[in-house]
Design a protein around this ligand. Sequence first.
Ligand code: MTE
Ligand code: MO
Length: 366
Amino acid sequence: SAAPGIVKPLPSELFTVRGTNAESNFAALRDTGYLTPVERFFVRNHTSTPQPAARDWRLRLWGSGLRTNVGYDEAITLDLDHLRRLPAHTHTAAIECAGNGRSLYASQQGETVAGTPWTLGAIGVARWRGARLSDVLRRAGLRPDAVDVMPRGLDDPYVGGGIDYGRVRRPLPVAKALDDVLLAYEMNGEPLAPDHGAPVRVVVPSWVGISSIKWVGDIEVSAQPLYSPWNTEFYRMFGPAFPEGGGPPLTRQTLKSAFELPFGARLAAGATHRLTGRSWSGAGGVCRVEVSTDGGVRWRHAHLWDEPRRDGWVRWSVDWRPAGVGPALLLARASDTAGRTQPDRATFNTQGYLFDAVVRHPVTIG
Ligand code: MTE
Ligand code: MO
């Protein structure tokens, strides 16, 4: 069961395919460890997975933010061997689509939003290894007045609604680029797989997935702010709660929780069930998870299996012996080390980004 433009197999018990995107079925992550195996990791493609040959791959660095101030055609180039000779860093980090949870605006809040109707499986956590973007930028001659860098993918230009938006690209402020961003060539100890950006992708920990450009081919470095449709039209919040013309480009991810259980699962009455799930936040580690099995009347603390972990998730569980039979609603509510707790409602925005509300997860006892 392949999807157009995705290379790896997508068994239907593990993935739900929508167009060129494949969401991990969250319930199927239950038997995975802390890291999401590559073959279970969601895929979000604007078009389709290209397969550039690693030996021909070059990263081109150019723009007014470099001392050489050269255009694309005179770019400073770097091949995979160069990149591998730079100090290697590993970082365990989630990549999550900004629209993860989007379908819940409709199903939980009765609100209509535009975009791929993900449930909660547009996230995975992997151990990324590669060179620091800061090392590459400094070696390329970063000017002190550089403000933005814009990595661009080698995949086909994205055409939507008859508009050609060009290749997928999104500016990143220099401060973040110099902080913890990787040019990754390994995922979970293996060379990067084609669908996840081989031979090299950007990994921007804790920021919306669109920041982590796959199949990176060039990076513009600029002394002036840069723009692309991915920070002007998309990945910003539009709607009554936001300034006219939209909120700022999205950066950090929000706080979410998910049960590792299908929606509508049937649980046997009179038995003890271990309910498991995961919670994560772009603002810090998750340090508390409360669970309700009665639709939100009573809450108890879940047992956390992981320490609060910046850029990753924590796994948790509660044991539950349902008393009656019939429908029940499970809720999980996480808090993070930045002091946030998941709210009852997410803030409506027309493109359905950053859904963070406590989810009412229906099950049937009997
Ligand atoms: N990079 C390129 N070149 N093309 C893309 O379509 N999709 C982005 C980002 N990087 C994309 C891209 C989006 S929206 C997300 S959520 C993540 O990649 C998904 O990463 P994954 O497919 O490895 O899970
Ligand atoms: Mo995304």
